[in-house]
Design a protein around this ligand. Structure first.
Ligand code: F6R
Length: 353
């Protein structure tokens, strides 16, 4: 049941700390900084790594591909519906990773089947034991999020981010005590976000907005896309996520006083500085700005509202920032009286191409 919550979505958002602890269990070694994935013993990594996925899982795949690249392994994410093995150099040397919560998404299964037929080594990153994706691939990494009932994916996205971070670290032999320590602290950092009300206030302030925009760069770019997808699914309002640097290449024309812009900015590095530049352009046009930030940069100065994330590296901060956006979407839909767990026109598992 819903354990006293109004909606499964709220329950599942709040389950993220425990879901992540389960995802990490037995896989992280703080002393050596090593990630150990039993499932991948003896696995030979042959770059590039090709990801296929849909929807929220595609956003996780974008995040995963970026991690592989960061740690020296060429990788690229494709929308499963746009992936055609015959138009790419997919052969017996290739590694194709399908990211699919349900393990039953038709587009993703079709892409994995084509990769299998081309002789590639296939991997499923999934939540469902015994799912089609799990049965039809060479290796399976379970994200261990527990059942997700709400149509909008929440805890499974966090667990995909976590699992893909571990997969990238393990397969690229990236060893880092800092990373392992940071991963372990994600559940507590998410809990601190769950314990405060700022996202609910922002949601009620902007429930009448005509559209919502989300910007981020680097690891925060997939989170911007995911923030917008959650918003459109459960509020039925127009929402778009952009790479922060793309704003000036067109989308800026959409920005008005009725279209809040959510900017994810953590740390004080080069990426943060550049995104702040993009935020200034928005702010100068009188557009409300909501900064999702750890306060290490001056972005708060240009923001009408701040949603806080505890200070940490960009990779794990993006997991925490995403929870703030999940909560804004949830409370906006709540304010608008939407059917949160079962949005119109959508199904939990999409079994047709
Ligand atoms: C969004 C959502 C969908 C799924 C997509 C893929 O909240 O749930 O976008 O992410 O249909 O589903 P899986 O991960 O089961 O392949």
């Amino acid at each position: 049941g819903k354990s006293g919550y109004d909606h499964y979505m709220r329950k599942e958002i709040n389950e993220q700390p425990s879901a992540l602890r389960e995802c990490f269990r037995g896989r992280l070694d703080e002393l050596s900084g090593r990630v150990t994935l039993e499932e991948f013993e003896g696995f030979e990594l042959n770059p590039p790594v090709t990801f296929v996925a849909c929807g929220t899982s595609y956003h996780a795949a974008l995040f995963g591909a970026q991690l592989f690249r960061e740690w020296g392994v060429p990788a690229h994410a494709y929308l499963a519906s746009e992936f055609e093995a015959e138009t790419m150099p997919i052969d017996t040397d290739s590694v194709v990773v399908g990211v699919t919560q349900s393990g039953e998404t038709a587009d993703t299964l079709r892409a994995l089947r084509e990769a299998n037929a081309a002789g590639a080594t296939t991997v499923a990153v999934t939540n469902v034991v015994g799912s089609s994706a799990a049965r039809e691939t060479d290796r399976v990494l379970y994200i261990r999020a527990g059942p997700e009932i709400s149509v909008a994916a929440t805890k499974t996205f966090a667990s995909q981010q976590a699992a893909l971070t571990m997969l990238a670290a393990a397969l690229s032999n990236h060893r880092s005590r800092d990373l392992v320590r940071e991963l372990r602290s994600v559940p507590d950092r998410i809990q601190s976000v769950l314990d405060e009300d700022a996202a609910r206030e922002v949601a009620s302030t902007y429930a009448d907005a005509s559209a919502y925009f989300f910007i981020g760069r680097g690891y925060h770019y997939p989170v911007a896309l995911e923030g917008a997808l959650k918003m459109k699914e459960i509020t039925y309002k127009h929402a778009e996520g952009f790479a922060a640097g793309e704003l000036k290449h067109g989308p800026l024309a959409l920005v008005t006083e009725q279209t809040p812009v959510f900017a994810i900015v953590t740390g004080d590095g080069r990426r943060a500085e550049k995104t702040i530049g993009n935020v200034k352009e928005v702010e100068a046009r009188g557009t409300p700005v909501v900064a999702i930030t750890d306060g290490r940069s001056e972005v708060g100065r240009y923001a009408d509202h701040v949603l806080e994330v505890p200070s940490a590296g960009e990779i794990t901060s993006s997991m925490v920032a995403n929870v703030q956006l999940q909560r804004v979407a949830y409370w906006t839909a709540h304010e608008l009286g939407r059917s949160i767990d079962k949005p119109r026109n959508l199904a939990k598992s999409v079994t047709v191409e």
